[in-house]
Design a protein around this ligand. Structure first.
Ligand code: NDP
Ligand code: BG6
Length: 485
């Protein structure tokens, strides 16, 4: 049985809450995975009463829950809406937290504070909670990304939160860790024997991790222009995917066993020098172009973006790990907005066979673990083409998760919110992990702040600047889509 809870969402009228958090909680409720008495309390400045707030959430569910769009799941709507209440507060007003406390005090339930607000509001909220005595040992606090802008500010933020809460109460969210296929990566690697002997420098030539998006910056121009692709995606999502791919087998699925192994990966990342930053990182920004035949604006023409902005919307880099398993194997990480396709995937390129007995050229094997849009694992292998002679061709073996598991897939936020309510921190970043990730990226931020020129332009709807193909070509490989059959 799930335990009773009070989930307080600061920023409860914002984009993230409406697009992701309520839809995730709603679907969990429809599947009877929330305690019947559990409450969701949204806190923000707008003057709304409960009825107006519920109408707003209802409208969001109609838009953002695919099943609702198709007319299903309506039967649990009223039950879900009845859990919602609205609490108008300005987080900077310390007195208002006492009223919040009164409404939470009368209940015997797990209290969770979810900070779904810009990072500038973290300090006043943590201060207000502390001042009102709301930071009791039984509470939990969820911190949305970005957790700082650099190593110094992330350390400051961590000190601040750990002054009011203990580490075990703090849940630093990275929703990529909640994605089904990322979980499946653990199952694939550690629930089978056939891959593990090959999962190393002897057999793997390079690894490519891509998160390509077709969307631009949409309504978040102002936030994004002060953040950029590197802080928004590389420092967190891509590094977490790298950790899950490269880590040693943990001794168990205990939260710290998994996070200890992830931390070892972050600590093994080869530190940057000015030369390696120049040689191994490509920084791009989208220019005007076309997305599926529809003209698309340049980044600098987007709402909220400075016309002279030099913020990057694309990053590709080549990283290396200094450890026995991976020494010398390039890990190419890449992300971009307004790319040709929406695609998130991890590609393991294997080495060529040491000797060929065939006339046909042999294409090295590739394992492609796809996170989105669909979830699948595909192994590219060589096979004999039918007919006379020994002509070999590349073919693929497919595992389509939807085919084997047709039931509804849990969204990343749904899994992570349920984990917070249950007190399972495995898929959340520990302080030392966040610190190690920032430490590795800091030299890049320093270099870009002083030495780097403007980002290289690429057309909206393309696969990024040509320099990113040169990056992989130098390592004698090519991006997955440049090689796909
Ligand atoms: P929004 O700007 O859409 O929402 C901000 C929320 O904070 C609103 O509910 C706003 O309500 C509230 N707020 C702002 N100032 C105050 C204040 N002084 N007192 C009380 N409430 C306040 O931001 P997002 O929802 O997009 O983002 C929230 C967080 O989540 C950010 O840290 C962002 O980086 C992160 N994030 C967002 C993602 C997204 O897709 N949107 C994805 C991943 C992370 P009101 O104005 O009524 O007070
Ligand atoms: C968020 C970034 O963390 O992840 C966004 O802030 C990005 O810029 C989003 O669009 C991508 O998430 P997903 O799950 O849609 O791939």
């Amino acid at each position: 049985m799930e335990s009773n809870f009070d989930l307080v969402i600061f920023g409860g009228t914002g984009d993230l809450a409406l697009r992701k958090l309520y839809p995730a909680l709603f679907l969990a409720d429809c599947d009877d995975r929330l305690h019947p008495q559990g409450r969701i309390i949204a806190a923000a400045r707008q003057a709304l009463d409960d009825a107006a707030f519920r109408a707003k959430v209802s409208e969001a569910l109609m838009r953002f829950v695919p099943e609702m769009v198709q007319g299903a799941r309506a039967e649990c709507l009223q039950r879900f809406l009845a859990r919602l209440t609205y609490f108008a507060l300005d987080v900077n007003d310390v007195n208002q937290y006492r009223d919040l406390k009164k409404s939470l005090d009368e209940r015997d339930s797990q209290t969770v504070f979810y900070l779904s607000v810009g990072p500038a509001l973290f300090a006043p909220i943590i201060g207000g909670l502390k001042e009102a005595g709301l930071n009791t040992a039984e509470t939990r606090i969820v911190l949305e990304k970005p957790l700082g802008r650099d190593l110094a500010s992330s350390r400051q933020l961590n000190s601040l939160v750990l002054d009011a809460f203990t580490e075990s109460q703090v849940y630093r969210i990275d929703h990529y860790l909640g994605k089904e296929t990322v979980q499946n990566l653990l199952a694939l690697r550690f629930g089978n024997t056939f891959l593990e002997p090959l999962w190393n420098r002897t057999w793997v030539s390079d690894v490519q991790i891509t998160i390509a998006e077709t969307v631009g910056v949409e309504t978040r121009g102002e936030f994004y222009d002060g953040t950029g692709a590197f802080r928004d995606m590389v420092q967190n999502h891509l590094l977490n995917l790298l950790c899950m791919t490269a880590m040693e087998p943990p001794s168990s699925l205990d939260p710290d066993a998994v996070r200890d192994e992830k931390l070892q990966v972050l600590r093994s990342l080869k530190p940057w020098t000015q030369d390696t930053i120049r040689e191994n990182i490509v920084r791009g920004q989208y220019r005007a172009g076309s997305m599926a035949g529809v003209p698309a604006l340049a980044y600098v023409s987007e709402q909220g973006v400075s016309a002279s902005s030099s913020t990057e919307t694309y990053v590709a880099l080549r990283a290396e790990l200094s450890n026995w398993r991976w020494a010398g194997v390039p890990f190419y990480l890449r992300t971009g907005k307004r790319m040709a396709e929406r695609r998130a995937e991890i590609v393991i390129n294997f080495k060529s066979p040491p000797h060929s007995i065939f006339q046909s050229p042999l294409v090295p094997n590739r394992l492609v673990i796809k996170l989105q849009p669909e979830e699948s694992v595909r192994l590219y292998t060589m096979a004999k083409a039918s007919g006379d002679g020994m002509h070999l061709r590349e073919v693929h073996l497919d595992l389509d998760f939807k085919e084997f598991f047709p039931e509804r897939r849990q969204d990343a936020y749904e899994r992570l919110l349920l984990d917070v309510l249950r007190g399972n921190p495995t898929l959340f970043m520990r302080r030392d992990e966040a610190d190690a990730a920032w430490r590795w990226v800091q030299p890049i931020l320093d270099y870009w702040a002083t030495e780097a020129g403007p980002p290289i332009g690429y057309a909206a709807g393309s696969w990024g600047p040509p320099a990113s193909s040169r990056l992989t070509a130098r390592g004698d490989t090519a991006w997955h889509e440049e090689r796909s059959v």
